[in-house]
Design a protein around this ligand. Structure first.
Ligand code: SF4
Ligand code: FES
Length: 181
């Protein structure tokens, strides 16, 4: 398969570099990038840590859509040419690596921080099966990968818009009856 990868580093012009990688059964886009880096070009920069869709560090734009590279099987893309570029709407550091600091800044800016009520310390009142908890549950699955921000056209339209990840976090705090903020 052919991996077409966005390359850029400070002081150089951006370009697309092609890597020929032997696709094997069960191989992910992250596996293909690691193979290209180890065999063909050790200067290729990208992030990953958990390799199982938990840390969110491998978010990138693959064939035009935001995906976690570690959870994207080459086979599922149904093409022999795979294009990879960094997330949109974040400052670029190098190649596929972006600066995710704006995500934390946007979250802080909307005030999505838990403020405990002034009351004696006690065990949590919100049980796992409580309707309140179930309403919040999907939103606390966020692993801060930044892919929704990259995919959101409104983020580019108006810099005052905090973006979906910060609003999602904001919702979890607003909907939490223990929050006094
Ligand atoms: S809400 Fe956004 S930042 Fe959080 S996991 Fe989903 S795509 Fe990633
Ligand atoms: S490496 Fe952690 S989500 Fe992909």
């Amino acid at each position: 398969m052919v991996l077409k990868v966005f390359r850029w580093s400070p002081g150089f012009r951006e370009r697309i570099q092609r890597f020929w990688v032997p696709a094997k059964d069960g191989m992910t886009v992250l596996d293909a990038l690691v193979d290209a880096q180890r065999r063909l070009d050790p200067t290729l920069a990208f992030r990953y840590a958990c390799r199982v869709g938990m840390c969110g560090s491998c978010g990138m734009v693959i064939n035009g859509r935001e995906r976690w590279a570690c959870r994207t099987l080459l086979k599922s893309l149904k093409t022999r040419i795979v294009t990879v570029r960094p997330l949109y709407h974040f400052p670029l550091i190098r190649d596929l690596v972006v600066d995710l600091a704006p995500l934390a800044e946007q979250t802080a800016r909307v005030g999505a921080t838990f403020v405990p009520k002034e009351e004696p310390a006690a065990f949590a009142r919100v049980g796992a099966a409580a309707p309140e908890r179930q309403r919040i549950d999907p939103a606390i699955e966020c692993i801060g990968c930044g892919m929704c921000v990259s995919a959101c056209t409104m983020v580019a339209n108006d810099e005052r818009f905090p973006g979906p990840a910060a609003l999602n976090r904001f919702f979890t705090v607003v909907a939490d009856s223990r929050d006094a903020g």
